[in-house]
Design a protein around this ligand. Structure first.
Ligand code: S3P
Length: 166
């Protein structure tokens, strides 16, 4: 089986993914880390040097590489499902789990470590809140296609996910 965690930046995909893969005893792949390690460059520098479109192509390339394997759990990037038809591809070859959080939770988490994230690093508080609301509205179309939706405002939803996966 292939599982994909999807959701906005700060929704907990990386940390929940790590714990969940351990519980399920399958390999965990963090797509952002895979891109950074394979390309030997930080995501922020890819955005700065080559722009978002180039990053989206890398996302597509590495996601398609990961799905050649079976028994994996992939923590995707926040924008992965919204580009190159990747949400449909993930749904076709595995199960997707949307980690849903309210805008206030996302704001609190993202405001703490903005500088790591090129999409939001220079935004003021007010602009960050507006950005989260607008982007969520745009991306919900894709996130809502997920096989399962789990609320992760608590940051502690691993057992709940294990229960729904059966
Ligand atoms: C992005 C989210 C990031 C990373 C890149 C772009 C986005 O991943 O892929 O900075 O477009 O929302 P996380 O959701 O893991 O922070």
């Amino acid at each position: 089986m292939r599982y994909f965690l999807v959701g906005f930046m700060g929704s907990g995909k990386s940390s929940i993914g790590k714990q969940l893969a351990k519980e399920l005893n399958i390999k965990h792949i963090d797509l952002d880390n895979l891109i950074e390690e394979s390309e030997n460059i930080k995501i922020a520098d890819i955005f700065n040097n080559s722009g978002e479109n180039y990053f989206r192509k890398l996302e597509e390339k590495y996601l398609k590489e990961t799905i050649k394997e079976d028994n994996i759990l992939v923590s995707t990037g926040g924008g992965t499902p919204a580009n190159h038809g990747l949400m449909d591809i993930m749904n076709n070859i595995g199960e997707t789990i949307y980690l849903e959080c309210c805008t206030e939770t996302l704001f609190e988490r993202l405001n703490k470590d903005k500088e790591k994230r090129p999409m939001i690093s220079i935004l003021s508080d007010e602009s960050l809140m507006r950005y989260i609301k607008n982007k969520l509205e745009e991306r919900n179309f894709f996130y809502k296609k997920a096989t399962h939706t789990i609320y992760n405002d608590s940051g502690n939803c691993v057992n709940e996910i294990i229960n729904i996966l059966g």
